[in-house]
Design a protein around this ligand. Structure first.
Ligand SMILES: [Zn+2]
Length: 326
């Protein structure tokens, strides 16, 4: 046969050791954030139906969960709260006795070194289920900002290490930064949900957090999944307003956006591997249709490869164990 001219790319895949040497992307448990749902009441450890392995915890049963997170070497959790009472303003969100504030104090006392992130939004606390103040069917921007800033300050007071505003009002980072600074929390970073799409992948979370809007949808504040340039504008605003981290949410259908954000800004990029992405993997695994471990590790690797520095994921505990085995 005539000598063909081609390159032997397979040479670098010839052994496990060689493949490991040339591996470009590595997932580390030190980059994980594990989401935890806390509820009022006692003796509650209730599995969320659409998210196998993820639970609602009352504070008296939270200890074992956070101890496990710490023992696995996961450095950080993000807390989501379900209050007993909801009202038009979502006042439990900024109450010093709110569920997230109480959980934060509890966790920080037990594990001072564990980084506690507080999700800062109103939708879990408002009776209408929107992320801001609702008036005549419209979600009002500026009146919502004041409530968000109050929520962030009360979370910081409770000991939260990072404030993560997720409600997508314009100016939310500026308002929260100003509120934190005025209250003496100038050292508390803001991890902004900078690029958050109006996604169907949030379905299981809304069941878990009981936070579906009672009327309308969130399309006037969350982004259209079809838009790419808009993601840059959203991230630009948050950078200008003083964000310290940029979250891209969801992750898996938005890896291109993650790469754009990574290439255009210098702040750490956080991928939020959301509830619907988790639920799909769990469902397929339970049916024996995929190998859960391999799919999860491949998925997390793809997020890192796309530019994520940090991954918020319900798979964190399992993945931390699997990475240890490898
Ligand atoms: Zn919200």
């Amino acid at each position: 046969m005539e000598q063909l001219n081609f390159r032997r790319n397979r040479r670098l895949r010839n052994s496990s050791a060689l493949r490991s040497m040339v591996r470009e992307t590595v997932v580390r448990k030190e980059e994980f954030i594990y989401p935890i749902f806390v509820v009022e009441g006692e003796n509650v450890k209730e599995e969320i139906a659409s998210m196998p392995g993820v639970y609602h915890f009352s504070l008296d049963l939270l200890a074992a969960e956070v101890d496990e997170v710490v023992s696995l070497g996961i450095p950080s959790i993000i807390l989501f709260g379900l209050p007993n009472a909801k009202d038009a303003e979502g006042s439990e969100a900024f109450s010093d006795e709110g569920i997230v504030q109480k959980a934060t104090r509890f966790v920080k006392e037990r594990h001072p070194g564990l980084v506690v992130i507080a999700d800062t939004c109103l939708c879990q606390y408002t009776d209408h289920g929107h992320c801001g103040v609702l008036h005549d069917g419209k979600v009002l921007n500026d009146p919502s900002l004041e409530l968000l800033a109050r929520t962030a300050v009360s979370q910081a007071k409770a000991g939260a290490d990072i404030i993560a505003p997720s409600n997508m009002m314009d100016g939310f980072v500026a308002a929260i930064r100003q509120g934190l600074d005025a209250a003496g929390f100038e050292d508390i970073p803001i991890m902004s949900y900078a690029v958050k799409y109006a996604s169907a992948y949030y379905g299981p979370f809304r069941d878990a957090a009981n936070s579906s809007p009672q009327s309308g949808d969130r399309k006037t504040y969350q982004m259209d999944p079809a838009n790419r340039m808009e993601a840059i504008r959203e991230a630009e605003s948050d950078v200008a307003e003083g964000a310290d981290f940029l979250i891209v949410k969801p992750a898996l259908s938005y890896l291109d956006i993650m790469r754009d954000v990574k290439d255009n800004f210098t702040l750490p990029v956080v991928a939020y591997n959301v509830s619907g992405e988790y639920a799909m993997v769990k469902a397929a695994a339970q049916n024996g249709w995929i190998n859960e471990k391999d799919v999860v590790l491949e998925t997390l690797t793809s997020m890192k490869r796309a530019g994520a520095d940090i991954i918020m994921t319900y798979h964190a505990k399992d993945a931390a164990r699997w990475l240890e085995e490898k």
